[in-house]
Design a protein around this ligand. Structure first.
Ligand SMILES: [Zn+2]
Length: 140
């Protein structure tokens, strides 16, 4: 289970996620501190984002598995000019692409520390205006 923290020191702006039938379980898991990943029951691969079938083999039978939250920093961008006025108060902030140890690459803000390729990270859930968001911090 991931730590759930107050996001107000890290993020002021918010654009509510568009939750659909494929992602609603993922968002519900995040609200409970779980980083759920769909895992194919045929080829056993994990994938992200949620989709109705395995992108590797096309099988439609999958189960949701809580990921460890551990990963390594694949790439990042430091946002210094907001692309939406709702994020004006947040700049500069860092958006990361993180390779989870289960395989999928996810995106989220780097909440603490400085980015470096391969940096070991832990996922964390942070709440902004009551909504859970996925973020990352350097591994303890
Ligand atoms: Zn598969």
């Amino acid at each position: 289970v991931l730590e759930i923290i107050d996001g107000s020191p890290y993020q002021k702006g918010m654009i509510r996620p568009m939750i659909d039938v494929d992602s609603e379980l993922w968002w519900a898991g995040l609200a409970d501190g779980q980083l759920l990943l769909p895992r194919c029951m045929h080829c056993e691969r994990f994938w992200f984002p949620p989709a109705p079938a395995c992108p590797a083999c096309g099988a439609c039978h999958f189960t949701w598995i809580p990921a460890s939250g551990r990963g390594s920093l694949y790439s990042w961008v430091v946002v210094r000019r907001s692309l939406d006025a709702r994020f004006d108060a947040d700049i500069p902030y860092t958006v990361t692409a993180v390779d989870l140890e289960e395989g999928p690459r996810l995106f989220g803000r780097l909440l603490e520390g400085y980015p470096a390729a391969g940096l070991a990270l832990d996922a964390v859930v942070y709440l902004v205006s009551g909504s859970p968001l996925l973020g990352f911090r350097p591994a303890a």
